[in-house]
Design a protein around this ligand. Structure first.
Ligand code: SF4
Ligand code: SF4
Length: 318
């Protein structure tokens, strides 16, 4: 069995992002089942006991005992921990329902909070401003020690918010939990390059070399297209980390798709891994939502083949 360190050192670290805000246990179980069968070894899940159980069930059903779990939490203001909330000014135009990438809005225009991953697409598409994004925090002091005790090896903090006090307190909890690896997920939507590096330097100053992953997020939750343009910001972010010569592992994320490894190579980016969320979920969306998923091996095989081709397109051994 390859450890998470082996996977990173060998550049064979492919992480399937189930969604930091995805609390839909059945969809997480199916996602892990498909991608584990396809050769993925690392899974990023939300910080909920029932979601960890669902992810483990998915891996067991796939008969894979060499998988690793990463649990993600965010600081206040980070989109990964927000949820869409609708108010009474809705005119039932259906834009949000048609555009939600995660099937979290029903045709009756009701939001299923468990499925909402906080991408904010619905709020942008709403013509009357009837949807706002609200933070949905978890008690990290309670849940993160439980996660590490129950086999989670990577704890990840999404830090795209301005609340530095919240950042410091959650980062302290993560360090106290002593996971095998701590991960910092950051993008440049709110900060310039200097602020990005200064935050990272502050956060890693007391950590041992190569015990931290920097997840270089391009545009978070934007990977719904399979184009070079979508993945470009992720590569630009990874380059900033690379040029800083920090003792960290770099994982490219946020807008990643089947073009990511190719573009990284063309741009001389020495990444250690790739994390894919939106695009990885989108390519198997119809199979995932099949009502007879667990009985229908043909549907499962189709999904595994699609997932496997995404891994192979990024040159992963699987
Ligand atoms: S579009 Fe995004 S933010 Fe809106 S309900 Fe769907 S997943 Fe949630
Ligand atoms: S996009 Fe806005 S107005 Fe249209 S159905 Fe959704 S919440 Fe209602």
């Amino acid at each position: 069995m390859q450890s998470v360190f082996d996977l990173l050192e060998n550049r064979n670290f492919f992480k399937l992002v189930c969604g930091a805000g995805n609390e839909d246990a059945e969809s997480v179980k199916r996602l892990v089942y498909i991608y584990a069968k396809a050769g993925c070894r690392v899974f990023d899940i939300s910080a909920r006991k029932e979601i960890l159980e669902a992810a483990k069930d998915g891996a067991d059903l796939a008969q894979k005992d060499d998988v690793h779990f990463c649990v993600s939490v965010g600081i206040k203001g980070d989109p990964h921990i927000s949820k869409a909330q609708m108010n009474s000014s809705c005119i039932k135009c259906g834009n949000c329902f048609r555009n939600c990438p995660n099937g979290a809005i029903y045709s009756s225009i009701i939001i299923d909070e468990k499925k909402c991953i906080g991408c904010g697409v619905c709020a942008k598409k709403c013509p009357v401003g009837a949807i706002k994004m609200v933070d949905k925090d978890v008690n990290v002091r309670e849940i993160l020690p439980y996660m590490v005790e129950n086999g989670v090896e990577i704890l990840e903090l999404h830090i795209m918010g301005h609340d530095k006090k919240d950042l410091e307190s959650k980062w302290q909890v993560i360090n106290e939990c002593k996971p095998k690896l701590a991960s910092i997920c950051i993008d440049r939507e709110n900060f310039g390059n200097k602020e990005v590096l200064s935050r990272i330097n502050e956060m890693i100053q007391n950590r041992s070399p190569y015990t931290t992953i920097i997840q270089a997020d391009g545009i978070p939750m934007s990977g719904a297209d399979d184009t070079y343009k979508t993945t470009l910001q992720a590569i630009a972010m990874a380059e900033i980390i690379q040029n800083a010569n920090l003792p960290v592992y770099t994982v490219v994320s946020g807008g990643t798709n089947s073009k990511t490894a190719e573009l990284c190579n063309q741009c001389d980016i020495n990444y250690h891994g790739i994390a894919i969320g939106s695009w990885a979920r989108k390519i198997i969306k119809s199979q995932l939502s099949a009502s007879d998923f667990w009985e229908n091996t043909e549907i499962q095989n189709q999904a595994v083949e699609l997932a496997n081709s995404l891994l192979r397109s990024n040159f992963f051994e699987c």
